[in-house]
Design a protein around this ligand. Structure first.
Ligand code: GDP
Ligand code: IMO
Ligand code: MG
Length: 429
């Protein structure tokens, strides 16, 4: 049986959480493979709204085992806060598995994330301030703390001392901040060790056995293609591999097991934090999208930057992820516009680019080339088949499908769990 990968096609917040939750009802495992509590997924079930950060969205499906893969960075405080909050609302969280090889976000990296940003001044990235970047940097520098280290206090102390030996120099001598005490860090890390222990597993092995037993495994990305550390708008990216390739390294499932790659594409574009964004709108249209789409960050509450759909980005997401199926979300938000512009190419100082410019400076200077599609006025939130959509909305989807180069298998028409049109089955027939 296959593994299925689900990624964001743009700059995040496309509605991955809702799509994962939808598929979570039909899969046996949902694995989060990258990122940490920088993610924010809102899921609406009946009248209940859930905001998940660190936990895989599959946690809300009773028959599904949620897994935090080795590619994730785990803030223990956040993990248990989220678990407690869900348990208080009657959600059974007992099946959660956490990879023994996932890295922990130690308290000093939360501090460093914030002071690094302040130090960068107007060159800042606009991070979520959760310690994500410094923790992935430690992982690559081989000075990180892993989940398994919590269960060997001697080793843990050695690692924390080694990390703080360097970081305290940076904090005190470069940033003029108070040095962090080893004992405080040890106490925070060990506080949750006993509660965590029963959840910890060799998740790569568990998933291989599940696949061998014919189970369905969904690999869920945090962030998105253009925030990927390799393929995104570097340096204005997150510090992990958010594209389909990252699903394998971040879970321990080999590429030969993956049959389907689903990319989630919002019917317009948004971005949180700094960095280039060719179709960004600073006018009434941008405000319209922000209001109609409720575009405020789930994690930080920041207003999201809004713009028209960029199909150069969509095509890039098809190429980089090997996308087999798209889910277009939030089509309902475009209702009420006379014309809906869609970016089909860029103009960079008089030269047309049909693909993402390889040079980052060109991308910064890219001016969108728009094609104007006809809008629609009808409320589409009740539509459940493609044919029920107004003709102009159907034409919008079909034209986007042509431009991005992979089939659109589902269309979101509202935030609710069932506000979706299924065109082609995402999990095979
Ligand atoms: P994620 O980070 O990709 O999971 O996305 P977020 O949860 O941060 O942002 C997506 C927002 O759009 C959430 O508030 C969802 O409830 C909402 N949403 C998802 N799909 C749709 C849709 O088809 N229509 C509308 N109106 N809202 C949607
Ligand atoms: P989901 O999973 C949107 C952005 C931050 C910042 C950059 C780096 O909900 O789609 P970081 O804290 O990761 O070092 O910040 O990445 N960012 C997101 N933007 N959605 C997200 O997650 C994001 N996670 C990080 O705003 O620009
Ligand atoms: Mg989000």
């Amino acid at each position: 049986m296959p593994a299925i990968v689900l990624v964001g096609a743009q700059w995040g917040d496309e509605g991955k959480g809702k799509a994962t939750d939808l598929l979570g009802r039909d899969v046996d495992y949902v694995v989060k493979f990258n990122g940490g509590n920088n993610a924010g997924h809102t899921i609406v079930i009946d009248d209940e709204k859930y905001a998940l950060h660190l936990l895989p969205s599959g946690i809300l499906s009773p028959d599904c085992t949620p897994v935090i893969g080795n590619g994730v960075v785990v803030d223990l405080e956040v993990l248990f806060e989220e678990l407690d909050a869900l348990q208080a609302r009657g959600v059974d969280t007992s099946r959660l598995l956490v990879s023994a090889s996932a890295h922990i976000i130690p308290p000093y990296n939360r501090v460093l994330d914030k002071v690094n940003e302040r130090f960068l001044g107007k060159r800042k990235i606009g991070t979520t301030g959760r310690g994500i970047g410094p923790t992935y940097a430690d992982k690559m520098s081989r000075t990180g703390i892993r989940v398994q280290d919590l269960f060997d206090e001697h080793i843990l102390l050695q690692k924390v001392e080694a990390a703080l030996g360097f970081k305290n120099q940076v904090l005190s001598k470069i940033y003029n901040r108070r040095a962090i005490d080893v004992d405080e860090v040890m106490a925070e890390l060990l506080r949750h060790a006993d509660r965590l222990r029963p959840m910890v597993a060799d998740t790569s092995l568990v998933l291989e056995q599940a696949l061998n037993d014919g189970k369905n495994v969904l690999l869920e990305a945090g962030q998105a293609t253009l925030l990927d550390v390799d393929h995104g708008t570097y340096p204005f990216v997150t510090s992990s591999s958010a594209t389909a390739g990252g699903a394998c390294t971040g879970s321990g499932i080999p590429p030969t097991r993956v049959s389907t790659v689903i990319a989630i594409l919002k019917a317009y574009s948004t971005r949180v934090g700094e960095g280039p964004f060719p179709t960004e709108l600073d006018d009434d249209n941008g405000e319209f999208l922000r209001k109609a789409g409720h575009e405020y960050g789930t994690t930080t509450g920041r207003p999201r930057r809004c713009g028209w759909l960029d199909t150069v980005v969509g095509r890039y997401a098809t190429r980089i992820n090997g996308t087999t199926d798209f889910v277009i979300t939030k089509l309902d938000v475009l209702t009420g516009l006379e014309k809906v512009p869609v970016c089909v190419a860029y103009d960079v100082e008089g030269v047309r680019h049909d693909e993402m410019p390889v040079n980052q400076s060109d991308f910064h200077h890219a001016k969108p080339v728009y094609e104007e599609l006809e809008g629609w006025w009808e409320d589409i939130s009740g539509c459940r088949t493609f044919e029920e959509l107004p003709e102009a909305a159907q034409r919008y989807v079909l034209r986007v499908e042509e431009l991005i180069g992979a089939r659109v298998s589902a269309i979101g028409v509202g935030p609710g769990r069932d506000e979706i049109i299924s065109r082609f089955p995402l999990l095979g027939d």
